[in-house]
Design a protein around this ligand. Structure first.
Ligand SMILES: *[C@@H]1O[C@H](CO)[C@@H](O)[C@H](O)[C@H]1NC(C)=O
Ligand SMILES: *[C@@H]1O[C@H](CO)[C@@H](O)[C@H](O)[C@H]1NC(C)=O
Ligand SMILES: *[C@@H]1O[C@H](CO)[C@@H](O)[C@H](O)[C@H]1NC(C)=O
Ligand SMILES: *[C@@H]1O[C@H](CO)[C@@H](O)[C@H](O)[C@H]1NC(C)=O
Ligand SMILES: *[C@@H]1O[C@H](CO)[C@@H](O)[C@H](O)[C@H]1NC(C)=O
Ligand SMILES: *[C@@H]1O[C@H](CO)[C@@H](O)[C@H](O)[C@H]1NC(C)=O
Ligand SMILES: *[C@@H]1O[C@H](CO)[C@@H](O)[C@H](O)[C@H]1NC(C)=O
Ligand SMILES: *[C@@H]1O[C@H](CO)[C@@H](O)[C@H](O)[C@H]1NC(C)=O
Ligand SMILES: *[C@@H]1O[C@H](CO)[C@@H](O)[C@H](O)[C@H]1NC(C)=O
Length: 710
């Protein structure tokens, strides 16, 4: 990790603070780094306070920026370079007391928690978001935050007090009693929004023997995103066969049973109409992991359980996961004029012939086609902390790479994807990371759902992924991971074909279909990944070479730079030029022809790249709309229909008589009158048709949006 010198850091402050522009955005800057030399109690408590302040102060507009880590400085530079927030005027707060005074209009008081029941620190975070309070630990000793802010200084009033509230008289565990109370008080009442869950270690962190070796890993700054959204925080063991190390006296299974109750109540808030996202992870460095249960088994156990309750994971896993300022950054999304993020066009047949991947008879050349999956960005924290440095690399573009970013991370960290799409080269392509728009185990979406017995949620998953894949023009799922949930099934494969038409790559060993296969009845190819091992990767890649044959292999790298991929490819190709590295979409198109023997499978592919349909309409309005469609397939498109389903579910059929050649965008303009007179929110869907056959049948996800009639 790059460490900026103190001098460089001061220079940034000077640039930002002395700028004399007409200012429209005042932002308070707080440097939290000095707190990391305090006691472990203070380290947690200061970070927790800043996490809460960031969530509250940045709820509606960006107002407070915390400097805690290199990555915060990197993004501060970047934001200045793009002038966002517009003409920002940064003012550094000299002390915490000043900071609290500055924001006294928003802070209603204190949620006081009990260090004897460390779980109450998470209850205090939930209360913070719900009631606009700051979480403070009850430690009546000199210089504690309790002393500085409650006893002395601003003497903030205590509005919620968890001290001495939980004794274990209900479950035999004060920890579990605290969470059970919280599920009733915050989830049953809907005071907290269960769409935003946080799985972050509680104040017990300060007593962990490992804390002093990992001073950023309490992740208390990460609470900001949950607090901004009035979400719910917890930290419970997923294991039911032993007591957790932070509560060894509890009856076995108490944490686990509490977790299940919490997830049931979370589900009940929206009754299966949405997915929840849990940001965070099993805190495996400190808790729940031992000789009996390792780190990866604990991750898989957690995912197995969460998936059963429609919860996807935004996996802030150790040790790249300390992430302040998400609440601040999230506002960037509202200022992105670009509605859709469009990738490089798919290759034409002629390009593949020219590269000698295909001959004139449409036979795929006997080579080993290799795809780099560059992940795993299934956590907004990892994405923000690690990816920009790995991407900003002079060798990027010298070899094709499938960069694997879960598109849903845009909600919590929208700064990076626009930059990636703007600065991509002809060799940079995007796929999703783990499992799609959120990390889960796909077969857990089908009944019977172990742990929950809830109804199936495959259609909800299809709908969610269609939205995010459309927005980011993604057509391939990079790493379908099923962990402890068993083999992937026909049902789960079919589900992926509905939103990931140019294929998906599975975790190794999870299918009976074989290394590479078309999903029966579709044109969708599926592949198998191999983890780049790190020992001798060149030999590893070479070992997959299949002489005189066609083979498709996916090499998965985690947190590697563009140079790392380029260097391996260069060495491999010196030794075996029949191993060739291709992008994910060339990979898919070649696999489709090779596996089917039918080159027309690559016809009739499109991307719906733009439209200007209104979002708000009234009865009788005349709507004039342009649709722009890019031809990604190998045939020339013309004489089609565009069918639009609009307000009141009325269908309009427009003739599409604009010729579009491969790689080109055709735009067609239509006018229609709104006949609907029932106010409300309506789903909007459009796609091309040839006669009565929708382009969906050829592997094109329809465009889906919404309109409100007033
Ligand atoms: C930034 O945070 C990570 C934990 O995510 C930590 O490992 C690293 O040491 C921190 N770096 C600095 C300079 O603060
Ligand atoms: C977004 O842009 C609008 C106008 O373009 C501006 O008024 C607003 O302050 C911006 N919001 C943020 C968070 O930058
Ligand atoms: C547990 O203790 C609390 C107070 O400490 C009390 O209000 C509650 O009634 C007790 N519950 C049971 C089941 O004993
Ligand atoms: C929850 O959804 C199920 C299935 O759609 C439905 O039968 C049930 O009535 C709903 N329950 C509530 C409380 O809305
Ligand atoms: C899954 O699909 C394969 C190929 O179509 C078929 O042979 C197999 O019987 C199916 N399995 C189940 C459980 O439906
Ligand atoms: C590459 O593949 C072709 C066709 O199978 C074969 O003739 C040639 O010997 C291979 N080259 C190497 C270096 O293995
Ligand atoms: C190839 O696929 C097309 C559909 O794209 C189908 O109409 C045609 O019959 C297929 N050809 C062969 C030889 O299977
Ligand atoms: C539609 O696109 C055409 C050019 O293709 C342009 O002249 C026209 O202004 C656009 N109409 C709307 C409503 O955007
Ligand atoms: C489309 O379907 C309709 C109704 O099923 C039928 O009347 C029409 O002839 C079909 N058109 C074509 C081109 O197949």
């Amino acid at each position: 990790m790059m460490i900026l010198s103190r001098y460089a850091i001061l220079a940034i402050f000077t640039i930002l603070i002395t700028s004399n522009k007409a200012t429209t955005t005042n932002i308070v800057l707080y440097d939290l780094r000095p707190s990391t030399t305090l006691s472990l109690d203070d380290i947690y408590e200061y970070a927790h306070l800043l996490g809460a302040l960031s969530g509250l102060m940045n709820r509606d507009i960006p107002r407070l920026f915390t400097i805690y880590n290199d990555s915060d400085l990197r993004w501060l530079f970047y934001m200045a370079s793009i002038n966002w927030p517009q003409d920002a005027n940064y003012m550094e707060a000299a002390s915490l007391v000043d900071l609290i005074k500055f924001f006294s209009d928003t802070i209603q008081g204190v949620a006081l928690y009990d260090p004897i029941v460390p779980a109450t620190s998470n209850l205090a975070s939930t209360a913070s978001g719900v009631y606009n309070l700051i979480p403070i630990c009850y430690r009546p000793v000199p210089n504690s935050l309790y002393t500085q802010l409650v006893v002395e200084g601003p003497q903030l009033p205590i509005k919620v007090n968890f001290v001495d509230m939980f004794t274990g008289n209900i479950t035999g565990s004060s920890k579990a009693d605290a969470y059970l109370w919280a599920t009733e008080h915050f989830l049953d009442s809907k005071l907290a929004d269960s769409t935003y869950l946080g799985y972050y270690i509680d104040k017990w962190w300060s007593q962990s023997a490992l804390a002093s070796q990992a001073v950023f890993e309490h992740l208390a700054v990460n609470h900001d995103w949950i607090i901004k959204n009035r979400g719910f925080l917890f930290d419970l063991s997923p294991w039911d066969d032993e007591a957790p190390n932070d509560d060894p006296q509890q009856p076995i299974g108490t944490d686990y049973n509490t977790l299940i109750t919490l997830l049931k109540k979370s589900y009940q808030q929206h009754n299966g109409t949405k997915f929840s996202t849990v940001s965070g992870f099993v805190p495996w460095l400190f808790k729940y992991v031992n000789e009996k249960h390792g780190g990866v088994p604990s991750e898989w156990r957690m995912t197995h359980i969460m998936s059963a309750f429609n919860v996807v994971i935004d996996a802030d896993a150790c040790c790249a996961d300390s992430f302040a300022n998400a609440a601040f950054f999230s506002h960037y999304a509202s200022n992105q004029s670009e509605k859709r993020f469009i990738q490089n066009v798919l290759p034409s047949r002629e390009e593949l012939i020219q590269k000698e991947f295909l001959n004139e008879q449409n036979i795929v050349s006997r080579k080993t086609y290799s795809l780099y999956y560059a992940g795993d960005y299934d956590s907004a924290a990892w994405l923000a902390n690690k990816f920009k440095n790995l991407w900003d690399d002079p060798k990027r573009g010298s070899v094709p790479v499938a960069w694997a970013v879960n598109p849903n991370l845009y909600d919590r960290f929208p700064l990076l994807q626009p930059y990636l799409y703007q600065t991509r080269t002809a060799n940079d392509f995007f796929v999703s990371g783990d499992s799609g728009s959120g990390y889960l185990n796909p077969t857990q979406l089908f009944e019977p759902r172990k742990f929950s017995n809830l109804p199936r949620a495959d259609n909800l998953w299809i709908e969610r992924n269609r939205f995010f894949y459309n927005k980011f023009n993604i057509k391939h799922t990079g790493f379908v991971i099923n962990g402890d949930s068993g083999m992937l099934t026909n049902d789960s494969d079919t589900m992926y074909t509905k939103f990931s038409p140019l294929g998906f790559t599975r975790q190794q060993g999870y299918t009976t279909l074989g290394e590479t296969a078309l999903i029966p009845g579709t044109r969708v190819p599926s592949f198998t990944e191999t983890d780049l091992s790190g020992k001798d990767e060149v030999q590893q890649v070479l070992s997959y070479y299949k002489p005189n044959d066609v083979r498709f292999v996916v090499f998965r790298g985690v947190l590697r730079s563009a140079s790392s991929y380029a260097d391996i490819a260069e060495k491999v190709q010196q030794i075996q030029p029949n191993i060739t590295f291709v992008d994910p979409y060339t990979f898919a198109l070649l696999a489709r022809i090779h596996l089917s023997g039918n080159y027309t499978y690559n016809d009739d592919l499109v991307s719906y790249v733009d439209d200007n349909l209104p979002k708000l309409i009234s009865t009788g309005d005349y709507v004039t709309v342009n649709f722009s469609i890019r031809n990604e397939g190998w045939n020339t498109l013309n004489e089609l229909d565009l069918k639009l389903t609009f307000a009141c579910d009325i269908e309009y059929v427009f003739p599409w008589n604009i010729e579009i050649k491969h790689g080109n965008i055709g735009t067609s303009c239509y006018q229609f009158q709104v006949e609907c007179n029932q106010p409300g929110e309506y789903k909007v869907v459009y796609q091309l048709f040839r006669g009565n056959t929708s382009f969906e049948e050829f592997g094109n996800v329809p465009w889906i949006s919404s309109v409100r009639l007033v």
